[in-house]
Design a protein around this ligand. Structure first.
Ligand code: CO
Ligand code: CO
Length: 369
């Protein structure tokens, strides 16, 4: 199934306000979302330009055939070759679209200085404005197709994890488990992975952004596995925490606290609720159990074409309102330095009146040793 990209481009045109005469997108999730074009941000500048009445692409010759396959976009192509360079194509686009003296709306998080300087060389009077909030706000409300792609990515990921658990034994290394998980996701039908799986044993699990190394697993240690496959462009983002064999009482208590926080946060999700309230539901529970100082990150982040999308932001004090169709993670954690960490991450979608938890994998601490 494909999307109606012209409908998406028309929604993007709502950002052509307050003097912004064109939106410029570089390759990445925004370009993919609004145009369906999968191009790479590389040394050859490639830009989609959306004005009130046209869609244009500044595109290197070796990528131009991708436009030929997309007659639905009706693109005006400003093609440049390696021998002639890109400045001429930029200039033709600026003049052809009437952009001189206008304001260019850009995604300030992805457009590079080099693209902007080229526009500036052609027309020093051109202005620039960051419209990334507007772009991501449109992307934040997912269509049923997008949610379904995430469901399939989650199913692949969960089948892979189920098989992986049979291979977790005393003496395996973090690296071995991480690379096995990559292979299993592929075997189960993943088109790629959202990020390299994070596998952390023992004290290393207390570092939320710690690295995967050659530590060998011992009985009674915590194991954090954070991973996700990509299917049809959409990712899963799942974390489970395990313990090989019997867990010491203090680790079991940490785990039970995080699980209660995960459940409480999910229960707080419904349309109309401030995002910060979902964070608070998790944080209050963890604080009440005495671990407040060890929950050192937000409760969750938006999930879509990008693994971390800024809307919604499930963090303390955020007053923006959850809306039907938003997809995000719920991932409270406790990290005790020198001891270990526990994180339980689920993916959810806001439904018409509450929440659907997309991740199904059991949340149980013990793996038999
Ligand atoms: Co994750
Ligand atoms: Co996450």
């Amino acid at each position: 199934m494909t999307f109606d990209y012209n409908a998406r481009l028309n929604r993007l045109r709502a950002l052509l306000i307050d003097g912004v005469s064109a939106i410029a997108l570089v390759p990445g999730a925004n370009m993919r979302y609004f145009t369906g074009l999968s191009l790479h941000l590389m040394q050859r500048p490639t830009i989609a330009l959306i004005t009130a009445d046209s869609f244009a692409m500044i595109i290197p010759q070796l990528e131009a055939s991708k436009l030929d396959q997309r007659p639905d976009l009706n693109a005006r192509a400003f093609v440049w070759s390696d021998s002639e360079g890109y400045q001429g194509a930029f200039e033709a686009a600026v003049d052809g679209l009437g952009l001189r003296g206008g304001i260019l709306g850009v995604d300030g998080m992805t457009m590079r200085v080099t693209e902007w300087l080229t526009f500036q060389r052609i027309d020093p009077t051109m202005g620039v404005r960051g419209v990334e909030r507007g772009l991501i706000a449109i992307r934040a409300i997912k269509s049923p197709y997008e949610v379904d792609a995430m469901r399939r990515a989650i199913a692949v990921s969960e089948r892979a994890l189920e098989r992986l658990l049979l291979e977790i034994k005393v003496g395996v290394t973090e690296r071995e488990i991480a690379s096995r998980l990559s292979v299993l996701m592929k075997e189960e039908g993943g088109h790629g992975e959202a990020f390299s799986p994070a596998v952390q044993f023992g004290a290393n699990s207390a570092l939320p952004h710690g690295s995967v190394g050659d530590r060998r697993l011992e009985r009674g240690q915590l194991i954090i596995i954070d991973f996700g496959a990509v299917v049809d462009g959409y990712p899963a983002d799942i974390t489970r925490t395990f313990c090989l064999g019997e867990a010491p009482a203090d680790l079991q208590r940490m785990f039970n606290t995080v699980l209660s926080a995960n459940i409480a946060a999910k229960a707080a999700v419904r349309p109309g609720v401030p995002m910060g309230d979902v964070d608070k539901a998790a944080r209050d529970l963890i604080s009440a159990a005495g671990y407040g100082a060890y929950f050192i990150h937000r409760t969750g982040h938006g999930l879509g074409l990008d693994i971390h999308e800024p809307i919604p932001q499930i963090a303390a004090g955020v007053t923006d309102i959850l809306q039907t169709g938003m997809t995000f993670t719920i991932e409270p954690g406790i990290y005790l330095p020198g001891v270990g960490g526990v994180r339980i991450e689920d993916d959810v979608v806001v439904t018409a009146d509450s929440v659907e938890v997309l991740t199904q994998f059991p949340r149980e601490l013990i793996i038999p040793a």
